[in-house]
Write a protein that binds this ligand. Structure first.
Ligand code: MN
Length: 465
């Protein structure tokens, strides 16, 4: 049998006259229930819940997690039936949060944790308090949707609305977990009369002040809630695990913080499911998934068409959110694309300007063969834009000295026409000596003998514009 040490405490608080909360502890079962419903009915509901669990779980710790969940389902059925048969109890219900020593098929002895409603179980390990259960409450849905923060939830006017409870519907979905027995772990089960009015930091402080005395810690926690006004009934059950596995290294342990604590909304929507009744389900028999798939009368419209269950509505919301997210991503991609297109346009534009500049203008010089040539482009080649030969004029040895010097000055021109004009107007051919007939060179040049050479031939390689 697991070696545990525990203490319980409950108090009506500073405002309410009756205490509808209930606490229970024996060596294998620890329960907190927060009843609701007028005229003492809440008190009835929470007592039925605890009595049913005690009656349906064996006292030798050989229960399974399924047994715990089944006992809670039976408690739900019992409260639901009582509420419908007894007008005084109409509308009553209760939360339930429980830890049972269980024998797990794989892990051997362990702790089974189950929860319905907004009572909580925290785990103190390595001096750090973490919430194990997930509230089934309106504000929890708002937190999960990112509408409010956990701090805002604490003071939210509608924080008392639970979205799942025992006795509300004929069947109930129970959250359940298996926790290993870790030496030194301290579990806190409490009603919202504590958690709504005392911050987790303050709860942690009280727990750490009484490491060996759970009863003193319970007293201090109840005092703290009363000092905070005690607007609600306050119930606390502490369970210390005295023997078990070594605590995992703080840096290696798997975090038990509920999934919704994460930013990942996908996980949240899966873990946060509200009341999903199904009267046809065999209570405790069919597993949860089956139960959700059987249509129930409560999920049909008047015309018989199926009405989306809350689970489906949540799934739709989730899908809408995912679509919105995807839309945002798409927008980001579009923005990104425009950014890159913009950069590309700038680069291309800059390149075009540079190319234009590199190719703009003309100059006149002798080419390698000594012929006057009009080049397009810059004298110094820019990038890979070499000046290109656009047209040719007379050869060097045909020109008089001043003309040769003018060409050697490599004059620049803004247009091809100006370059042509330079050749025709500024260059003059030498006074021809009579070419010796025997000299083939003058013949092969094809140069006119006595006339200046105004002829400018456009090279075939000429590039227009
Ligand atoms: Mn309460």
């Amino acid at each position: 049998m697991a070696e545990l040490r525990w203490a319980t405490g409950t108090h009506e608080g500073q405002v309410r006259e009756v205490n509808e909360d209930a606490a229970f502890a024996n060596p294998y079962l620890f329960v907190v229930a927060d009843g609701m419903g007028g005229h003492l009915a809440g008190e009835v509901a929470s007592s039925i819940a605890i009595n049913t669990l005690e009656a349906h779980l064996d006292a030798n710790g050989t229960n399974s997690l399924d047994d715990l969940v089944a006992a809670i389902s039976i408690a739900n059925q019992t409260i639901f039936t009582d509420a419908h048969e007894n007008p005084d109890h109409s509308g009553m219900g209760t939360t339930i949060t429980a830890i049972a020593v269980i024998t797990d098929r794989y892990d051997g002895e362990a702790l089974g944790v189950a929860n319905v409603g907004d009572s909580r179980i925290y785990l103190l390990r390595h001096n750090r308090l973490r919430q194990v259960t997930i509230d089934h409450s309106f504000v929890q849905e708002l937190i999960a949707e990112g509408a409010i923060s956990r701090d805002e939830a604490r003071n939210h006017p509608r924080r008392n609305i639970v979205t799942r409870g025992l006795g509300i519907e004929s069947a109930v979905r129970v959250d359940s977990w298996t926790m290993p027995l870790i030496r030194g772990d301290r579990y806190v089960l409490c009603s919202d009369g504590l958690s709504d009015y005392v911050t987790e930091d303050v709860i942690t402080g009280a727990l750490l002040r009484h490491p060996e005395d759970p009863a003193a810690a319970v007293v201090e926690l109840i005092d703290l809630a009363n000092q905070a006004g005690g607007p609600d009934n306050i119930t606390v059950v502490l369970v210390d695990v005295l023997d078990g596995d070594d605590p995992p290294d703080p840096t290696e342990e798997i975090d038990v913080v509920p999934a919704w604590f994460d930013d990942d909304e996908d996980v949240t929507a899966d873990t946060l499911i509200v009341t999903d009744p199904d009267p046809e389900a065999d209570i405790g028999g069919a597993d949860d998934e089956q139960r959700h798939e059987i249509p129930s009368p409560a999920t049909a419209n008047d015309d018989g068409s199926p009405k989306p269950t809350r689970k489906q509505r949540r799934a739709q919301k989730k899908a809408a959110k995912a679509a919105k997210k995807a839309g945002k991503k798409r927008t980001n991609r579009v923005v990104q694309m425009f950014f890159f297109v913009g950069i590309a346009a700038l680069l291309i534009g800059g390149f075009a300007l540079l190319a234009g500049w590199a190719r703009s203008g003309y100059f006149v010089a002798f080419d390698e063969a000594g012929q006057v040539t009009i080049y397009q482009g810059r004298e110094q080649s820019v990038l890979w834009f070499n000046p290109t030969e656009e047209a040719h004029g007379p050869f060097r040895d045909e020109l008089d000295q001043p003309s040769v010097e003018r060409v050697e000055a490599r004059p620049n021109f803004g247009s091809f026409a100006n370059a042509q004009r330079f050749i025709t107007d500024q260059l003059s051919v030498k006074e021809t000596e009579e070419p010796e007939p025997s000299e083939p060179a003058s013949a092969t040049t094809g140069a006119p003998t006595s006339e200046p050479s105004p002829v400018v031939t456009t090279s075939p390689a000429s590039v227009g514009g």
